[in-house]
Ligand binder design. Structure first.
Ligand code: PLP
Length: 457
C-alpha cells in the first residue's frame, strides 16, 4: 500500500488540486468543489475515500465490461510481467501475447477483418485510421483522396487527429482545430432534429447528407467515412433502422472506405460482439479500445480489412507509423484474458437475451417521469432526455445545467450516471445483475425526483 492510501480525503483533495491537472475538467470549478477520490472497486461498485459505496452505471468510462476485481485479468497481467514485461514489435520482431490476441480478434470480429494494428488508446486508434486510410489511397495512386467525413458532435478521441475527426464544437474551438481535410455531416439525432417527421424518413435524410457532402467535395477527394454504430459520448444517439443500410450503399457507390468506430459499441455493449454485427456492417477499418481490456490496462487497435491489408502488403512500402507500446505484452495478455472471460461467461449472449432486455424494459419506466421526454437504448446502453415540457419537448434554459444537477444528485445517492448536456446516459458493466439493475433504476428515479423538486423551489 502507498502512503496516500492512508490519507484523509481532505488532504488527498488538496494534493490533487495542487499537482494533478485533470482531463476534460474546469479546474476553477474543481478546486471549489474538491474532486471525488475513488479508492477501490469490486464487481459493479466503487468506493470513495470516505467509504461511500457507488453503483457504477458507466463502467468507468464505458470500458469495464467484465466488472472490477476480476482475478483472471490480474493473473494474466502478473504472469506476463514476470515472463516478458516489455518488448517491441518494430524491426521484424514480435511476441506471443500480441500474436495470441491478434488471432482471437481476427476470430471474433466481422469475417473480412483479419488483421490488427495495435495502439494504446482509442485516440491513437483513430489517428491510425486517418493515416492508414490516406496511405491506402496514396498507394492506390489517388493521393488527393484524403478528406475524411465524420459527424457533428461525434467523439473519436482527443489527439489532434481524433479531435479533428470528432465533431465536438467545444474541442474545435480550442487551438485551431479541426486540421485540414476533415468534413462533418449531421448525426442522426431524431429527438432534437426530427420531432415531427417519420423516423425512417429522417434516417434516410441524414444518411443522404453523406452523398451530398461527397458530391460537394468530389468523389476523388473523399477517403473515408467514420462513425460509431450508436454514438456514445455524443449522447447515445441510436440511428433509425434506415440509416446504416443507406450509409453502406453510399460508401460502396462512391468507393469510400467505411470506418466503424467500435471503441464503445464493441465487446458486447449492444448484445453482439460488435456494433458492426448488430447493424450488419462490413467495415474497411475498425478502431477498438475501451472494452478490449475492460480498461484494466491501456490498449487499443485498428482492425484492418483484407482489401486494405492486401494493398498495404503488396506495395512493399513501409508504413512509417507505430508506437513504442504497440501491442504491449501485458496489455495484450490482459485483453486476451478479458475476451476469454467474456466467452466463458457468455456475457455477449447474456446482454442480448437477458440483462439487456431487462435493463431496457426498466429504463422505459423512467420515461414516465415528469422530466423525461424520451427513454431510449439498446443492449446495455441508455439515454434519458430531460425537458421542461414533455409534450412540446422544450428544453430548460441554460442547456446542461439540469443534466449537471441530475448527475450530482445521482452520485450523492450512490449512482454514477453521466450527463451530456441535458441527456442522462448509462453504460453499466455487462456483468450487472437483475437486482443491480433494479437498484440502478430506483436510484436514477430518486435523483430525477430530487432534480424536479429543486426546479420547483
Ligand atoms: C473514448 C473514445 C475514443 C477515444 O479513446 P481513448 O482511449 O480515450 O483515447 C474514441 N472513440 C470513441 C467512440 C470513444 O468513445
Amino acid at each position: 500500500m502507498y502512503e496516500v492510501d492512508f490519507m484523509k480525503t481532505s488532504l488527498l483533495q488538496e494534493l490533487d488540486s495542487q499537482h494533478f491537472r485533470h482531463p476534460f475538467t474546469d479546474h476553477k470549478q474543481l478546486s471549489k468543489a474538491g474532486s471525488r477520490v475513488i479508492s477501490k472497486a469490486e464487481n459493479v461498485y466503487l468506493w470513495d475515500s470516505d467509504g461511500n459505496k457507488i453503483l457504477d452505471g458507466m463502467a468507468g468510462l464505458w470500458c469495464v465490461n467484465v466488472g472490477y476485481g476480476r482475478q483472471e485479468l490480474i493473473d494474466a497481467a502478473t504472469e506476463q510481467l514476470k515472463q516478458l514485461p516489455y518488448y517491441n514489435s518494430f524491426f521484424q520482431c514480435t511476441h506471443p501475447p500480441a500474436i495470441e490476441l491478434a488471432k482471437i480478434l481476427a476470430d471474433i470480429t466481422p469475417a473480412n477483418l483479419q488483421e490488427v494494428f495495435f495502439t494504446n488508446s482509442g485516440s491513437e486508434a483513430n489517428d491510425t485510421v486517418i493515416r492508414t486510410a490516406r496511405f491506402y489511397w496514396e498507394l492506390n495512386g489517388e493521393k488527393n483522396k484524403n478528406i475524411i467525413i465524420s459527424r457533428k458532435n461525434a467523439y473519436h478521441g482527443s489527439t489532434l487527429g481524433g479531435a479533428s475527426l470528432g465533431g465536438m464544437p467545444g474541442m474545435h474551438k480550442q487551438g485551431g482545430l479541426p486540421l485540414p481535410n476533415f468534413a462533418h455531416i449531421d448525426q442522426p439525432y431524431s429527438f432534437e432534429q426530427a420531432p415531427n417527421i417519420d423516423l425512417e424518413k429522417f434516417g434516410l435524410q441524414v444518411a443522404n447528407q453523406l452523398e451530398d457532402k461527397i458530391q460537394e467535395l468530389g468523389e476523388e477527394r473523399v477517403a473515408a467515412f467514420v462513425a460509431e454504430p450508436i454514438q456514445g459520448a455524443g449522447g447515445v444517439i441510436v440511428p433509425p433502422a434506415s440509416y446504416w443500410p443507406r450509409i453502406k450503399e453510399i460508401c460502396n457507390k462512391y468507393d469510400i472506405l467505411l470506418v466503424v468506430d467500435e471503441v464503445i459499441c464493441g465487446f458486447g455493449r449492444l448484445g453482439k460482439w460488435f456494433g458492426s454485427d448488430y447493424y450488419q456492417l462490413e467495415p474497411d477499418l475498425m478502431p477498438i479500445a475501451k472494452g478490449l481490456s475492460s480498461g484494466y490496462l491501456p490498449i487499443g487497435g485498428v482492425m484492418i480489412s483484407k482489401r486494405v491489408s492486401d494493398l498495404l502488403s503488396e506495395k512493399g512500402e513501409e508504413f512509417t507509423h507505430g508506437f513504442t507500446y504497440s501491442g504491449h505484452p501485458a496489455a495484450c495478455a490482459v485483453a486476451t484474458a478479458n475476451i476469454k472471460l467474456m466467452q466463458k461467461e457468455n456475457l455477449v449472449e447474456r446482454t442480448k437475451d437477458d440483462v439487456g432486455p431487462y435493463l431496457q424494459k426498466r429504463w422505459q419506466e423512467l420515461g414516465d417521469h415528469a422530466l423525461v421526454a424520451e427513454a431510449r437504448g439498446t443492449g446495455l446502453i441508455g439515454a434519458l432526455e430531460l425537458v421542461k415540457d414533455k409534450s412540446s419537448r422544450q428544453r430548460f434554459d441554460n442547456k446542461g445545467t439540469l443534466g449537471f444537477e441530475c448527475r450530482k444528485n445521482c452520485i450523492e445517492n450512490g449512482l454514477v450516471m453521466r450527463s451530456v448536456g441535458d441527456t442522462m446516459i448509462i453504460s453499466p458493466p455487462l456483468v450487472i445483475s437483475h437486482d443491480q439493475i433494479d437498484e440502478l433504476i430506483e436510484k436514477a428515479a430518486i435523483a430525477l425526483d430530487k432534480t424536479y423538486k429543486q426546479l420547483l423551489t
